[in-house]
Write a protein that binds this ligand. Structure first.
Ligand SMILES: [Zn+2]
Ligand SMILES: [Zn+2]
Length: 228
């Protein structure tokens, strides 16, 4: 399936039905000739992700930044391959380094997917509650939103007048083996509601818009996990 346009300069280039069905949703942001990829899929679909980037008229060498929202294999399996093919910087939160850089099997969940994880060096390490980075002219706000995993992050970008939130595994699930923390997650969900995004790009459940539907989705996730 061809890439899916979401907002100005934002596309979905991978995910269920688009690349490999085990992939998380993979997003592409164009900062004006320089590109960021949000998450990388399980690993098998790196050639498809690259083909989708090129189908949009870009060259793979324009990818400058690959953000890993957390260390699960369905989001990180393609990091090493994408990095090798594009030369991009890989970015993630410090608390996900044991998964992404060391490849600890209990944290990556690689066994669930029957794939081997190839660890990758994280070049840009986020350590604050909130920090900004950029790709080309596009500013990307990175917020630490622990819960699903300790170093889960979201990325917020203003694209064509819309606040686009790359939330990925907002819905959970939660597992002590990954050091999930429901209390921290509820605080993170409050933070996401305060951002009032116009569009939520979720990791596995598609694109939510407008603002009201984003809010209802987050509230439904909280209700499904014991409420506030
Ligand atoms: Zn996950
Ligand atoms: Zn996921």
């Amino acid at each position: 399936m061809p890439p899916l346009g979401i907002a100005r300069g934002v596309w979905q280039i991978g995910g269920y039905g688009l690349s490999d069905d085990a992939d998380c949703s993979v997003y592409l942001v164009d900062g004006g000739g320089e590109l960021a990829v949000i998450d990388a899929g399980v690993g098998r679909s790196v050639p498809v992700l690259l083909a989708n980037i090129e189908e949009l008229g870009f060259h793979r060498s324009q990818v400058r930044l690959i953000v890993a929202t957390h260390g699960h294999i369905d989001h990180t399996g393609g990091l090493a391959g994408l990095k090798a093919e594009t030369g991009a910087v890989v970015a993630a939160h410090a608390l996900e380094l044991p998964a992404i850089q060391e490849g600890r099997p209990a944290l990556t969940g690689a066994a669930y997917y029957g794939v081997n994880y190839e660890p990758v060096t994280v070049d840009l390490v986020f350590r604050q509650g909130e920090e900004t980075t950029r790709v080309g002219r596009q500013e990307l706000m990175v917020l630490h939103t622990p819960g699903h995993t300790p170093g889960s992050i979201v990325v917020l970008a203003e694209c064509g007048g819309e606040k686009v939130l790359f939330g990925q595994d907002v819905h959970g699930p939660f597992d002590p083996a990954w050091r999930s923390d429901l209390h921290a997650w509820r605080r993170s969900m409050r933070l996401l509601l305060e951002l009032e995004p116009d569009v939520l790009c979720e990791g596995h459940f598609g694109i939510f818009r407008p603002k009201e539907k984003v809010r209802r989705y987050i509230e439904r996730c909280v209700a499904a996990n014991g409420g506030w």
